[in-house]
Design a protein around this ligand. Structure first.
Ligand code: ADP
Ligand SMILES: Cc1ncc(COP(=O)(O)OP(=O)(O)O)c(N)n1
Length: 267
């Protein structure tokens, strides 16, 4: 029997809502075997980021080699990659793996704290993004990638298309969490635009939504779902996780990764 296996390459969140921790919880819920490669250790919680320690690039290379020399990888994602040197190590490694690559182009935490070095953003866009099967920017990230403002759902659709046609990603999912009105996301798959819409939920507890969404897409891709189906199922997953998010911590609380299970009547 083939066991679907997903890998996340990202930074940590000791409070468990975002980063590696959110990714592994999501893989587990979707029944994809979860593996992780850590880029940076981040002291953070629901109120923001207190400190960051980037691991040496050699250790990043060692972790990547440990996984690809021994374990199957059916899909992988990247989240926080702080420096150009780390991005280069990942770009050197990607050709060893033939599996869908989901890039969450993480730049700042919800608290506004930067998670990648300013000068690495160009490298992320020009050197790493073209390897991505799908890239999942929120609106500020899409604005940064394209160097222009995104203010309407029409702008979002154009941005999704341009991230593919101008920047070279395989597909692009521009997420609408930062606009008002319905929570609508647009996927350009290289051929056409698909929209994924949900009611906006009134909550302050949105810590780690982007990580959870991209991890869910990775997990569904590891199970051989096609991209549109993977995004559709992941949108349901993240919406349920936001709907029953937790009021814990004094800031923006985490989403509930077992919400889908609860909705299906399993405790
Ligand atoms: N208040 C909300 N209610 C429902 N869905 C939301 C809400 N905020 C964000 N989302 C959804 O959560 C996902 C993550 O989006 P977004 O917040 O834009 O990304 P990020 O967490 O990377 O900033 C998207 O599917 C978005 O539409
Ligand atoms: C280690 C780490 N990676 C990514 C993020 C950002 O996560 P995201 O899902 O975009 O959620 P918010 O930070 O916007 O709540 C992070 N905080 N830490």
């Amino acid at each position: 029997m083939r066991i679907p296996c997903s890998l996340t390459i990202a930074g940590t969140d000791p409070s468990g809502g975002a980063g590696i921790q959110a990714d592994l919880k999501t893989f587990q819920e979707i029944k994809s075997y979860g593996m992780s490669v850590i880029t940076s250790v981040v002291a953070q919680n629901t109120t923001g980021v207190q400190a960051v320690h980037h691991l040496p690039v050699e250790i990043l290379r060692n972790q990547l080699e440990s996984i690809s020399s021994d374990m199957p990888i059916h899909a992988f994602k990247t989240g926080m990659i702080a420096s150009k040197e780390m991005m280069k190590a990942i770009a050197d490694w990607i050709p060893e793996v033939s599996a869908p690559y989901v890039m969450d182009p993480v730049m700042v935490a919800q608290s506004g704290d930067p998670l990648i070095e300013e000068e690495s953003r160009t490298w992320l866009r020009d050197q790493l993004l073209p390897f991505a099967s799908v890239v999942t920017p929120n609106i500020p990230e899409a604005e940064d990638l394209l160097g222009k403002k995104i203010e309407t759902t029409e702008d979002m659709q154009i941005a999704a298309e341009e991230i593919v046609t101008k920047l070279g990603a395989g597909a692009s999912l521009v997420k609408g969490g930062h606009l008002n009105g319905k929570a609508v996301d647009f996927l350009f798959d290289g051929d056409k635009i698909h929209s994924f819409s949900a009611e906006r939920i009134e909550t302050k507890n949105l810590h780690g939504t982007g990580c959870t969404y991209s991890a869910a897409i990775t997990a569904y891709l590891s199970q051989d779902c096609d991209l549109v189906q993977a995004v559709d199922q992941s949108k349901h997953f993240v919406t349920a996780a936001i709907r029953s998010s937790f009021n814990i911590g004094s800031g923006s609380g985490p989403t509930n990764h077992w919400a889908i299970r609860e909705e299906a009547g399993h405790k």
